[in-house]
Design a protein. Sequence first.
Length: 296
Amino acid sequence: MTTSEPSWDFYRTFLAVLRHGSLSAAARELGLTQPTVGRHIDALEEAVSAELFTRSQQGLLPTDAALALKPYAETLANTTAALLRVASSSRDSVRGTVRISASEVIGVEVLPPILAALQATYPDLTIELSASDAVEDLLQREADIAVRMVAPAQDALLARHIGSIPLGLFAHRSYLDRYGEPKGIGELRQHKLIGFDRQTAYIRAMIKRYPLFDGVSFAFKSDHSIALHNALRAGIGICFYQIPLAKRDGELVRLLPEIELPLDTWVAMHENLKTSPRCRVTFDALVAGLLDYVRN
């Protein structure tokens, strides 16, 4: 007796139901009818001989079997997306899709003008930008190219060190009008500070360099970089900010210039993509644009 492999469509539907917890929401995302989504889940359950979801007042809850299947379905989704990106390109011309992974701040604030110039030169190039502080795996092809703030540790990556983006302390003029300007590091604790609501490796390194910030009480905290920067621009308090970005905003004032932190920056991609015209020109454009950004 032979059994056929489940269709990829079933796995895609499975992931959508996992994300949304309902057949109707998954159907809206995928452009399918709710009965079709239900048939996909039934067929996948039959193929794997396990129940994948149970009904509750909160919607469809994944079973242990579904949670065990999830990482493999996600790997299949990433592989399929990478296959489509490769298939959409021509070996001899710059066309098709390139997926870029970058931090929230770099993706939102720095890359758009670089990518605009790139696409003006290559109008058949499509860019997918994942702006997140999570590190996507280039070897698993979750992205084609990544802008990272840590040195790539995987051997099969082609990487270019951009240098260090300098960070300084800044406040909006409206904040300084209300609370005044700290005249020394010791006065910072008397001001309203903006920071992350959890410690990261970079924050621990900052505290080691400037012990003053250990145990400091923040007036505004978030785990979202853009939220922190918008709080700075709104005049809530004092925050670390990329110095080249601050130069674009005449309302931001640098404080205590003796405090400066380097943000090491790299551009990396899988070495197998170096012969891909679309990836090569995108990689080179990111390197050139970020080098110019760091110099400014």
